[in-house]
Ligand binder design. Sequence first.
Ligand SMILES: [Zn+2]
Length: 467
Amino acid sequence: MTSSPPDTPFSLADLSGTVTAGMPIALAELGDLVRIPSVSWAAFDPAHVHRSADAIHALVDGLGVFDNVQISQAPIGDTLDLGQPAILATRAAKNGKPTILLYAHHDVQPPGKDEDWDTPPFEPTVKGDRLYGRGAADDKAGVMAHVAAIRAFVEHAGGDFDLGLVLFIEGEEEFGSRSFKNFLRQHQAELTADVIVVADSDNWDIDTPALTVALRGNVTFRLTVRTLDHASHSGMFGGAAPDAMLAMVRLLATLHDEAGSVAVDGLTSAEGESPEYPETQLSQEAAFLDGVTSIGKGSIPSRLWFQPSITVTGIDAPSVANASNTLLPSVSVRVSARVAPGQSGADAYAAIERHCLAHAPFGASIVIDDVDSGDPFLVDTSGWAVTEVKDAMALAWGVDAVETGIGGSIPFIPDLVELFPDAQILVTGVEDPDSRAHSPNESLHLGVFRRAILTEAVLLAKLNARD
Ligand SMILES: [Zn+2]
């Protein structure tokens, strides 16, 4: 046994040894969770999500540290329909100690086509230093990081401790967290905490931990351009009658300037610190083909985290195989925009809508519907919890943490901020740039997994020692 230095309330070496000893069990339990295809999307069997909730309930109950462990469902919006089952476990703080809430989600994205996977998506498979499977990283590894960290911390604390603990494992993050806000309202008293850890993000690389301090918001909508009342022969009218595809292409082209930066008046950018991120790293991580160059202006992190982006992610038009010689009367696309920290999703949508209506070419009719938006998020990094978690990361990884943004959103975070304005929110995670969350061959780096568990165990020990 290593003894603690006088100024630390725990022994890092002991805690690290406990985490390492617990890895085989944590990995086996993670594998059992990956085997349950808990896809939360409406078209998939909800029985699997319930099975996954039951399995996690049993794991959490087995920790033996919570006063109460329950599975709960909240209604979706104003309906009577219930969202997917979440696990909520609570243990009250004693002797004036803080309370920490640990969040992760146990539902997963659909696997996509089996043939795109090198190993079966719901068969956990270790190859080299990675565990492959849908949910192996996002976010069943987040669930297991909490469980394994609590287990190691409790063992290290000799079974008793004063820190308040809340564990909240959501069941429908991948399907828009539709009952999330109602769940927060229903359980507001039980969920109240000084610090909220959201373990659903990534790390800088497999050797460098990251604390996510900025998240872009998002806006999506369907954009339909109509120019003609019906299709007609392109040989007869082409060259004089404007087809909807031409109008759509020209309208979409106005959304960006020559460099590929967003060119929509009213969309704003933010300023922020960013680590070194060379263009070569971007082209490798995003799999650029030879000769392809980046788009936008400013540093790469600024483009990814602090500036808006607009992408067309789908198009309704005749397929190439079905194309005939006609002028298309109508074309629809799905537009997906990312909103810089500092601007609300609603404001950003209003700016893009104004732009589209003002730039309709040839008098085309523009219809926008199916609009969805979420607000961005910027962490106040001056809070004590940020210092504590960055210390914990440095101890567990042996390398200082970098503060990063992520280009994507975690749409429920604005709900957390709204309902728990006094909580300090820490966005951490178990992923790395090769994790491929949501994609075929999703995987978890086993070294990152161990360091994420140790980070959290250290954080629990540090908060338990706070007055
Ligand atoms: Zn996730």
